[in-house]
Design a protein around this ligand. Structure first.
Ligand code: COA
Length: 180
């Protein structure tokens, strides 16, 4: 009985430490949608990152991208959009369109390299994947919108499995560009 109590006390101490570690890892891997408070007009579907608030959201989403993929760098930090030839957009959620305030469910970064546009990174909230408006998917709408803005572009290697499918369907070439 005494041993059991002793064991319980020891275990509580260990669990106390472990709880701190668990909180750290849970915080690190938490993903969230983001309300865009500075949008002066409601629009569908891409919001250029051109304010500090949008930059902060893009940076958080870039962290999600980094955690999920095999890329060994975080593809965006606040202010990167001020580099010449870099354009970053927040992607509006399709699932959460019940209020006027845009809810952001993804982001994408483009870079102009020797006069050609390269999609450097893209990330959609998992609940936005494989689903979307008008029978299409949000990713398809996003790539349509990017092509309308940039014409046919290339995509930064390495490609994820889904991105390989997208690239082969749309005829995007995979290229390797040094991160800025
Ligand atoms: C890449 C990403 C934006 C694509 O969005 P998505 O909603 O998952 O893509 P979709 O469901 O529209 O799929 C696109 C196409 O790829 C196909 N596809 C999806 N997953 C696939 C898989 N694992 N294997 C083969 N084909 C696949 C789909 O069938 C679809 O083709 P269709 O339009 O003919 O049906 C999203 O998956 C994502 O954010 N992934 C995490 C980050 C990432 O990998 N970014 C790219 C780095 S290169």
């Amino acid at each position: 009985m005494i041993e059991q109590r002793g064991g319980a006390v020891e275990r509580d101490a260990e669990w106390g430490n472990d709880l701190d570690a668990a909180k750290h890892w849970l915080e690190r891997d938490k993903i969230e949608y983001h309300a865009l408070l500075d949008a002066d007009e409601e629009q569908w579907l891409l919001y250029p990152v051109d304010t500090p608030e949008r930059g902060a959201i893009a940076e958080t989403i870039a962290r999600y991208f980094h955690r999920e993929t095999t890329y060994d760098f975080r593809p965006y930090s606040v202010g990167d959009e001020e580099e010449n030839g870099t354009r970053v957009f927040l992607i509006r959620s399709h699932r959460l369109r019940m209020c006027l305030l845009p809810i952001i469910g993804g982001a994408v970064g483009m870079r102009s390299v020797s006069g050609e546009w390269v999609l450097m990174w893209v990330w959609l909230h998992p609940w936005e994947r494989g689903t979307g408006p008008d029978g299409g998917t949000l990713s398809r709408k996003t790539f349509d919108a990017l092509e309308a803005e940039f014409g046919k572009f290339h995509v930064q290697a390495p490609l994820s499995k889904t991105m390989r499918a997208v690239a082969s369907q749309r005829g995007y070439r995979s290229v390797t560009v040094e991160p800025a």
